[in-house]
Design a protein around this ligand. Structure first.
Ligand SMILES: [Zn+2]
Length: 200
């Protein structure tokens, strides 16, 4: 059996980051809870990048809010079942970089605790979500540029159609992580697994 890459647990306590996984509740584009547990994990290299990004955001007087990170294959299949749109959702047959543990969805939060206005809600599948979409006013362009700056300086690359999605530059070189093996490891280490809800 191949060795599974180790994933690191991202917590508000250990990372000075807000963790609010959108697929753990119903406040996502599917309207359904996809994850049973709001546990946030990343590949060690992505976790190291996130730590740099957190420090970079702090230099702006801002914080990062993580909306999604490692995504089990079953969750990818559940999302694809609702929205089989390859421009925004990776076909689970090919695998998502989230399932490799090297992609993260996130936004910036201001000193007032409110997320900065990025022009669209996360997971909006339209050109308004594209980076540098010309119709957005300057304030929104600035907010997106702040996130872009923080993440590029931390070693991530952006997704041209999703202002919220960043990943390691060579994401496809990382193996897809077998969710069952990962969850077995988690149980062994005393964590509740980020299992996928029974529906949809
Ligand atoms: Zn993403």
């Amino acid at each position: 059996m191949p060795t599974q890459p180790r994933l690191l647990h991202i917590t508000e306590q250990n990372h000075d980051v807000i963790v609010e996984l959108m697929y753990a509740g119903e406040n996502n584009f599917t309207g359904q809870a996809i994850y049973e547990h709001p546990l946030c994990f990343l590949h060690p290299l992505a976790e190291a990048g996130l730590r740099k990004a957190i420090a970079g955001a702090r230099d702006f007087g801002l914080r990062l809010k993580v909306l999604d990170a490692f995504r089990p294959q079953e969750a990818q299949e559940a999302l694809w079942a609702v929205a089989p749109n390859p421009d925004y959702i990776a076909d689970p047959k090919k695998g998502s970089n989230h399932t490799r543990g090297v992609a993260v969805d996130l936004t910036l939060v201001g000193p007032d605790g409110q997320a900065l206005d990025m022009g669209t809600p996360v997971d909006t599948m339209s050109p308004a979500s594209h980076h540098f979409h010309e119709a957005h006013p300057a304030a929104i362009q600035v907010n997106r540029m702040r996130l872009l700056t923080v993440m590029l300086e931390a070693g991530f690359v952006h997704h041209p159609r999703e202002w919220w999605h960043y990943q390691l530059p060579n994401a496809h070189a990382f193996p897809l992580i077998d969710s069952h093996a990962f969850m077995t490891c988690l149980h062994a280490s005393g964590h509740a697994a980020p299992a996928v809800a029974a529906h949809p």
